[in-house]
Ligand binder design. Sequence first.
Ligand SMILES: [Fe+2]
Length: 135
Amino acid sequence: MKIKSYSTSMPNRDIVVWDSKFEIKIPFIDAQHKKLIELCNNLHKAIIAMPDSSGVVVDDWQDSLLNALRECVDYTQTHFRDEENLMQAAGFVDFTQHKSFHSAFVKKILETAKSFEKKIKLAHYDLFIFCMTGF
Ligand SMILES: [Fe+2]
């Protein structure tokens, strides 16, 4: 599934829409793919809600973004585990290669999530130091 174009200035709407052509005809997996699309759309909306140079600040945007990111990461891991169990049970010929792709993807999103969380914590710390030294 590919996204044709992307812009952070897109309106607050779903960036990916479920389509029957995504179905693999295994209801359990199709339901998980639908949920992943929903979580990706939630993450997109949380990103769009970030304050920009206009100075408009949306309440709790950092918490919303972190929660959306964590939900994506957690559910992706759940989905990959379930998919791998299904593939193994079915004797999927490219199982090892597919599992390797899953592992690399999870490693990348975990690194991205940790990096983002660290940046938010550092920003809070910098703000705290700035406030404490400003008196
Ligand atoms: Fe999948």
